[in-house]
Design a protein around this ligand. Structure first.
Ligand code: ADE
Length: 289
């Protein structure tokens, strides 16, 4: 019988994507059904206990499955505002988001990891993409969509895993397309000419909403295909799922390693989002329901 409430604040969350719908190896401390003024999140939020390798103390981690517990939510239907607001209401100030991506560059091979530093928005404006509306006006800087301090931790850890099976590209521009159809060949070539490194359907509006909520956000991408610009086979769902599954062990090692690192004393200000405080007027407006 798992608890349905959790009283301590939770500072770190993982948003899992396709192929990373759970994080085994952690103790499940609670399962929370959180409601928000923006609706209910994609899935109940699992509170996992992660033992800090430096202090031996249990650190709570919130885990949310972006596409639902059974992968039933399409990318354009993800309730991103509810997801971010629910995490923020639990105290989350640091999000590690995971996503399967298509590769737009020869050197980013299927199963390689990419820690992107830039985004190009190719969503169609039909997903609710801001908390600032209905009389509440606000503009946040989005020049650097990912958190640099958090990104540095993720990159360092990722490099420490590099070897025969793990390849990391520590920069890259991610194109976020609307979907759910994949790109046309002409679009895929156009994205390459724009300097795109990888493509997915999920980084937006998630990253924008995290920025508005003063949450440090970094995505870790795993390449599952060469989209359709490449001479190899065009992307299919089976290809995405197959590569994700085949490399899920490394994906979990990567995320687990980042959590180990973030639970070190030296990152205590980072996970509390101290460097972000006061950047927006709105973050304080997301309160527990
Ligand atoms: N996710 C994984 N592969 C993708 C692709 N080729 N295009 C868009 N999203 C993806």
């Amino acid at each position: 019988n798992v608890a349905s409430t959790y009283s301590d604040p939770i500072h770190i969350a993982v948003i899992g994507g396709t192929g990373l719908q759970s994080l085994p190896g952690f103790t499940l401390a609670a399962t929370l059904n959180v409601d928000t003024p923006w609706g209910t999140p994609s899935s109940p939020i699992s509170v996992l206990h992660h033992k800090s390798p430096s202090t031996g103390r249990d650190i709570p981690i919130a885990f949310l499955s972006r596409h639902g517990l059974h992968h039933e939510i399409a990318p354009h239907e993800v309730p991103a505002r509810a997801n971010i607001a629910a995490l923020r209401s639990l105290g989350v100030r640091t999000v590690i988001a995971f996503s399967a991506v298509g590769s737009l560059q020869e050197e980013i091979k299927p199963r390689d990891f990419v820690v992107p530093d830039q985004v190009i928005d190719r969503t169609k404006g039909i997903r609710p993409f801001t908390f600032f509306e209905e009389g509440m006006v606000g503009h946040v800087g989005f020049a650097d969509p990912f958190d640099e301090k958090l990104g540095a931790v993720v990159r360092k850890l990722g490099h420490s895993l590099e070897g025969d099976n793990v390849h990391l590209h520590d920069k890259g521009t991610i194109i976020c397309m609307e979907g759910p159809q994949f790109s046309t060949r002409a679009e895929s070539h156009m994205y390459r000419s724009w300097g795109g490194s990888v493509i997915n359907m999920s980084v937006l509006p998630e990253a924008k909403l995290a920025k508005e909520a003063e949450i440090a956000y970094q995505m870790i991408c795993m390449s599952t295909d060469y989209d359709c610009w490449h001479s190899s086979e065009d992307v299919t769902v089976e290809m995405v799922m197959g590569n994700m599954k085949a490399n899920s062990e490394n994906a979990r090692r990567f995320v687990g390693g980042v959590l180990d690192e973030l639970s070190k004393e030296e990152h205590s200000d980072l996970i509390l989002g101290k460097h972000l405080e006061g950047q927006t007027k709105f973050a304080g407006g997301i309160t527990a329901p």
